[in-house]
Every structure is written in C-alpha cells, then in structure tokens.
Design a binder for this molecule. Sequence first.
Ligand code: NCD
Length: 301
Amino acid sequence: MDILSSLGLGRSYLEKIFSDAKSFKADISAGKGILDGKVIALAFFEPSTRTYTSFDVAAKRLGASVIGFRSQEDTSMAKGETLSDTIRMLDGYADCIAIRHRYDGAAKLAAEVAKNPVINCGDGRNEHPTQSIVDLYTIVESFGRIDGLTYCLMGDLRYSRTTNSLLYALGQFKPKAVYLSSPDQLAARSEVIDKLGFKCKKIDYDIDSVIEEVDVLYVTRIQKERFADETEYKKAKGSYYINEDLVARMKPEGILMHPLPRIDEIDRRVDRSKKAMYFEEANNGVPVRMAILKRMFDGGR
Ligand code: NCD
C-alpha cells in the first residue's frame, strides 16, 4: 500500500490511475466525499510548491482533512527529535503520510515505522514516484499512449529524483528509444541504469543528433542543493539550454516537459509554444494525486 518507488508500480495500477485521473480532470467534483473522515499528513522536511499544494488540494477535493508542515524548522526536529519519532506520532494522527525529505531512503524508513500507508514525495536524489505518475499521465493525454515513443531525458540526471522515477516507471511500457542527455559530470548513476529492464542510449548534452526524432523531451534543472562541492555546481551551470529554435526542430506533435521549478534551462519564450507542456504537467498534479489517494483507500495496487 505504500508508494515508495516507481519500480513497484505495475502497468495495470498505472492505467487505472490514468483513467481515474481523467475522470477527475473532467469533473473535479467527482471526488466529493470519497475520503470523508480521513486525515492525510503532509510531512515535508524539504521545500516544495507543486507537490505539497497539489496533494493538499487533492486530499481536500476528496473530502479528507490535511495536517502537516512544510519545513523541518516548524517541527520538533528543530529541537532534535528524530525522524522516526516524528513519523510515529503523525501515524497516530493521520490515515496516510506523504513525506518529502532531503535524505535518500527517508520515505522507506518512515514506512518501516508507520502502520498507515506512506507516500514518497521525494527522498533526496533517489525517487519521486508520484511525479512520475503525473508525467506519464501527461504523456498519455498528449499521445494516447506511452509505448512506442522516443524519449530524451535531459539535464541533471545524476541528482534528479524525477528522472530516476520516470525511467523506472517507463520499464512497465515499451518505449521505442530512450536517450539520456547530460554533461558528463551529471550523467545518470549506474545504480539507477542497472535497475532498468530496457536499454538507454547515453548521448552528449548537445542533442542535435536526436532532436528531430524525439516525441518527449523531458528537461530537469541542475539540483544545486545536492552538490557536495560548489565548484562542481559552477562547472555544470548553464551547460544546457532549451530555446525556441531547438523546440521548433522537434516533431510537430512532440512535447517539452519539466517537473518544475525551472531555473535557467528553458528560455521563457518557449512557454508560448504549444509543445511546452510543463504547466499542464503541473496542473495534472491534482487529478492524478486524487486518483492515487482514492486508490490507496479502496485497497488496490
Ligand atoms: C522536483 C523535485 O522536488 O524533485 N519538483 C517537483 O516535485 N515537481 C524537481 C526539482 O526540484 O527539480
């Protein structure tokens, strides 16, 4: 019942979520009363805009109440309380805990302590499974399918948890090709690649050679806060950039995605392109998380 990793999400579970999310998106009031009387805890120890607010709205649209915090400084952890004590306590107050934390494995630890289901909303540089479901849903909305498409994941693939989870989730489908484009020092970690049941092709961060065949270009920001060394970050900064010319060279039906926040990797003028899907992707956070919460309490995986 926990959602800790995209590796554990089956295709039929994902397809059910896509179908529920579609219904909720068409009629947001369709979720009314489904989680009446439930309490969802949002335990966010790391900054968040979209994930926190979309879970908050999703829970409320389903009739649940929401408790929680969005900064470690607001909790007794600032006084030295441990993560497991904080989780144990929230587990007594709420029916489900959605957690974000800067440490890899924090959600797994929380799930070991809690009796109620735990949702990983981002643990360090490890995973962000619900974001990958939002991403896949956005792809389904655009193309009607996930199979048979050509993907290019671009940017900081070393520290981005959204790209790890997206790659794991793509394992349930049959992508035509998956390109990984990043500066060398930001290449995807082998521990992630080794878990994939399909082959990816590592390319240079100059994506000229593939841009015309890509259906989904998925860009991430450089995860500045995860660099141990500031000079390493400075070397990587500005090494890739999406502008209107590049987007114009994509297939007419191609889409540009980004989990947001974007910093300086996408020119603002790209926003007016119909291929720019990142704000729609963020909007999809609410119906998709409604579907995830609904499913969590009606017992299915
Ligand atoms: C992402 C995250 O927190 O990993 N944000 C999000 O949830 N949409 C991406 C990021 O911070 O770069």
